[in-house]
Design a protein around this ligand. Structure first.
Ligand code: ADP
Length: 374
């Protein structure tokens, strides 16, 4: 019997609260087994999430008890509409946008972490990871407690950008200690598995891995956790955007028209899952020749700013195309820490200040008391 079939059989022993077995409930996602670890999710009605934790635990225990399965990660996902079994009062309410709203268990805040932001791009190669890294370092330079979660599962760059080698240690139970350099805590799939192993992972495994890096890492108290998203705007990215309790998203684009079309898709994707767009950064915005000081707008200039205006989202700033940004990033010596007084660090710091200002403004708005007049 395959591992998957054995797990399915084990789930026949798990009863559903309303009768019947979990295996036959139709709530199970595909079951993925990789190197002795099982991953699957249970889909429950949005209004049943809080009550479904025992079911999730029972499913995890049942899967773990299968010979050859060392561990299991089962996540709850909320359906869009309340189930037919839901009480009448719940049915009368308009269906919550479960996939993105607070009812989604995946959207529950990570304890101790004040703000989580995504750094995303419509396509690869625009400098998203370089920007995430330098932006995180800019927040740290401002005295904030910062973490970076490298969610770019198929091409993790943070180990290289932060010059971190080795493997994370266990903090206790199944919680890992984050790695650390330049005063920033970092977790990346690159520390945990071979690049080739992650390359073959399918959607649910990727989501599970990110949930683990988010919730089973001893992040401690953080002012901000920067999530370096995988490039693109496909289903995987959309699911990921739904599965992380994001305070907002930053879109990185280069100025060319083609990149901007992708950036527009990025904005649309986060809007779809109701994640606020903090703004757009234009990377590789212009080039200053080091010998002559002459400026060249290699990819055109200002396209991302115009696009931000068109989309009605903030423009956060421009980062020039610069040889030392590339050289230093690629050798694990990012400009913000190695040339903190240089013009490039200044550009990242200014963007970090804008992002922080927007986050604090949004949380102040949420915390503001509501005055009710009788
Ligand atoms: P992405 O994460 O979008 O795939 P990366 O951050 O890995 O992109 O960047 C791709 C390449 O471009 C890297 O070699 C990086 O050093 C370089 N790069 C990124 N931003 C800049 C910049 N502003 N100036 C020069 N090179 C850059």
């Amino acid at each position: 019997m395959s591992d998957k079939a054995a797990i399915l059989k084990a789930l026949e022993q798990v009863s559903m609260p309303g009768g019947g077995t979990l295996a036959a409930s139709g709530a199970l996602s595909d079951i993925i087994v990789h190197q002795g670890k099982a991953y699957f999710s249970l889909s429950v009605a949005a209004d049943q999430v809080a009550n479904s934790e025992p079911l999730r635990k029972a499913a995890e225990e049942a899967a773990k008890a299968v010979p050859g399965i060392a561990s299991a990660l089962v996540t709850l996902t909320a359906e869009k509409a309340p189930s037919r079994a839901a009480p009448a009062s719940a049915q009368e309410k308009p269906a919550a946008p479960a996939a993105s709203g607070p009812m989604n268990p995946a959207r529950i805040a990570v304890q101790g972490v004040k703000h989580i932001i995504a750094v995303a791009s419509g396509k690869g190669g625009v400098g998203k990871s370089t920007t995430s890294c330098n932006l995180a370092l800019a927040f740290a330079a401002r005295g904030l407690k910062v973490g970076v979660l490298d969610a770019d599962i198929y091409g993790p760059s943070m180990p290289k950008l932060f010059a971190i080698h080795g493997k994370p240690t266990l903090a206790g139970g199944r919680t890992l200690n984050p790695m650390q350099n330049y005063g920033v805590k970092v977790m990346s799939i690159g520390f945990l598995v071979d690049e080739e192993a992650a390359m073959i992972w399918r959607g649910p495994m990727v989501i599970s891995a990110i949930q683990q890096m988010l919730r089973e890492v001893a992040w401690g108290e953080l002012d901000i956790l920067v999530v370096d998203m995988p490039p693109g705007t496909g289903d995987a990215q959309l699911t990921m955007a739904q599965n992380v309790p994001l305070a907002g998203a930053v879109i990185v684009s280069t100025p060319q028209d083609l990149a901007l079309i992708d950036a527009r898709r990025g904005v649309a994707m986060f809007r779809k899952v109701e994640v606020p767009i903090l703004g757009v950064i234009e990377n590789m915005s212009y080039f200053i020749a080091p010998d002559t000081g002459k400026r060249y707008d290699i990819f055109g200039h200002g396209g991302a700013q115009a696009e931000a205006v068109r989309q009605g989202v903030p423009f956060l700033g421009e980062i020039p195309l610069a040889m030392n940004i590339r050289e230093r990033s690629d050798s694990g010596l990012p400009v913000v820490v190695t040339e903190p007084d240089g013009p490039h660090a200044a550009a990242y710091l200014a963007i970090a200040d804008r992002v922080w200002g927007l986050l604090e403004r949004d949380s102040a708005r949420k915390a503001a008391p509501r005055i009710v007049f009788d």
